[in-house]
Write a protein that binds this ligand. Structure first.
Ligand code: MN
Length: 132
């Protein structure tokens, strides 16, 4: 079980993600905008951050870039939550430093599988280093 930060400005998506993660036994931190998300990330240093890339104000990719470039948060993975399915999105998401992404609408099993894989795959280095 892990602490997971969800940054999502759509209350229904936030509620659903938090519900599913808590049901799995995770502790969930919730933020509705990038500023609050970055603040919570720096305070709790969660091993995983799920970041909606379309946020009002500071967008999620900028926030992801901020988190991924913070040496204090080098153990935090950032996965983008994206409703966009256009070509080039994955490149933009990777370019921002994200470790992966989850497509919305959230599909329960796929969502939880991706989260589990993210939490168990160490720092993302090619060697499959286990964090636990
Ligand atoms: Mn959004």
């Amino acid at each position: 079980m892990a602490t997971i930060l969800v940054v999502e400005d759509n209350p229904r998506n936030l509620k659903l993600a938090a519900f599913l993660l808590r049901k799995e036994g995770h502790e969930v931190l919730e933020a509705a905008d990038a500023r609050a998300g970055i603040e919570l990330a720096r305070r709790y240093r969660p091993p995983l951050v799920l970041m909606d890339i379309q946020l009002a104000g500071t967008d999620g990719l900028s926030a992801a870039r901020t988190l991924k470039s913070d040496p204090f948060l080098s153990n935090s993975k950032v996965y983008a939550l994206t409703a966009l399915a256009m070509k080039g999105d994955e490149e933009n998401i990777r370019a921002a430093g994200c470790d992966g992404y989850i497509a919305k609408p959230i599909r329960y099993r796929e969502f939880l599988q991706t989260v589990a894989a993210a939490l168990s795959s160490g720092d993302g280095a090619p060697t499959s280093q286990q964090s636990e």
